[in-house]
Design a protein around this ligand. Structure first.
Ligand code: C5P
Length: 246
């Protein structure tokens, strides 16, 4: 089925402490977005790659234009759209720019520059088998607990207290690309547009929106190398991995 990849690259990258959009941060001499573009195009599943960039951007847009030129005519069409305030807003802007007739879409973070092709393939294959939504995920190694701020006398002891522990065997760390039936993702985003600010702030991935409308979200194996570059340590790990693959 006609498939598009959306790459969201409109984040600020505050936690990396570079003072430039995260997608522009260099890894092995190339911006994170270029790694993500190569990964998405290299997987060979998309007829269009739509990139959401920061609203005031010129550099990432230029990078996309140069990449499209390098790919030539037989390669996927590269589209650039201004992103929004939240990741969800950026995805919504990209969905609006997909070519008519697009049936499946894979939504991918620019911040996961080393995602192997196999992950794109697993997600795309699950969509072909009929999934309306599918996420790549890996088992969790830490025990995950919920916490709440302490109050009264307890606040003098520590700032937070544990309120519960999830069963680790049931937990998964979810990565991108996440795959969707385009119509299903569009209607989930339309519904979310009516939500209040607190609900909207709690949306951290696209699959959450699909879960909220009761459509099953399937899970395929992710890959440790699809980790998200968020902190300076992550960037260090990514540099080391690229150097080792040399
Ligand atoms: O901030 P976080 O690491 O969760 O961002 C994940 C991805 O979402 C990044 O690739 C980032 O560029 C993108 N994003 C976006 N628009 C925003 C916020 C984040 O495209 N407003």
């Amino acid at each position: 089925s006609p498939t598009a990849v959306v790459i969201v690259a409109a984040g600020s990258g505050m936690r990396l402490g570079y003072g430039i959009p995260k997608a522009l941060v260099p890894l092995a001499g190339a911006p994170l977005l270029l790694h993500a573009l190569r990964g998405a195009a290299g997987a060979g599943i998309a007829r269009q790659i739509c990139v959401a960039v920061p609203e005031d951007d010129t550099e990432l847009t230029e990078l996309c234009r140069t990449f499209a030129e390098e790919l030539g005519e037989l390669a996927p069409e590269i589209t650039v759209v201004p992103g929004g305030e939240t990741r969800s807003d950026s995805v919504r802007a990209a969905l609006a720019a997909l070519a008519p007739g697009t049936v499946h879409v894979l939504v991918h973070d620019a911040a996961r520059p080393l995602t192997p092709s196999e992950v794109f393939h697993r997600v795309a294959e699950a969509l072909e088998r009929g999934a309306g939504a599918v996420v790549p995920a890996i088992p969790v190694v830490d025990t995950i607990k919920s916490t709440a701020p302490t109050e009264g006398e307890a606040a003098a002891v520590a700032a937070e207290v544990v309120t519960g522990t999830a069963v680790r065997e049931q937990l998964r760390a979810v990565q991108t690309p996440q795959g969707f039936d385009v119509a299903a993702l569009r209607s989930a985003h339309e519904l979310a547009a009516t939500w209040g600010p607190e609900q909207v702030a709690a949306i951290t991935d696209d699959a959450m929106l699909i879960e909220s409308i009761g459509t099953p979200v399937y899970v395929v194996p992710g890959d440790l190398q699809a980790f998200k570059v968020t902190t300076p340590m992550d960037l260090h790990v990514a540099e080391t991995l690229v150097a080792a693959q040399g």
